[in-house]
Design a protein. Sequence first.
Length: 199
Amino acid sequence: MSTYMSDTRLHILDTGRTLTAQRGYTSVGLTELLATAQVPKGSFYHYFSSKEDYGCALLRHYVEQYRIELAPTLNNPSLTGRDQVLSYVTAWQDRQSSDMAGQKCLIVKLAAEIADLSPAMRGILQQAVEGITARLADCLRKGQQDGSLSPDVAPVQTATSLYQIWLGASLMAHLSQDSTPFDTAMVQTRTMLPSPRQT
């Protein structure tokens, strides 16, 4: 793929991420997407074979970017394992509370919408969630090794529960239009991550 085609494809995906984060996947038509990206409509099929193919590419692109965005939190070796997790959920709250739609998590936005719409897109999201919870579990193990987290914590079960709590908090905060669900989730998170001196 030429540099021009690669750049244009990435520009379409970046534009799509912002629009999709604002209104969802099904609400963004190809005409609007390409008009916003200022790309000729007829050229879309040079990059994607269908809207579903585009949707899969959009999610893969988002997941790749998200992994990079984990550098200050779950991938930060300067933090204890416990602090890595706390930094991650704090960043989650900041991102989901932001007025900038493009900063919000597409997994939160699209999980329910595409669950019955596209098995391929659902599979990409499911793999992403499994990857994040596995990374959370690694951080919890690290916390037990570095002494910041109680050895009584079950890493895999706790990582899964934490992700589910924050996913639910995001949906509830969207409904209520306030931060109370995030505040509750943070209290639950700290309770689930006791340091050895707290046990």
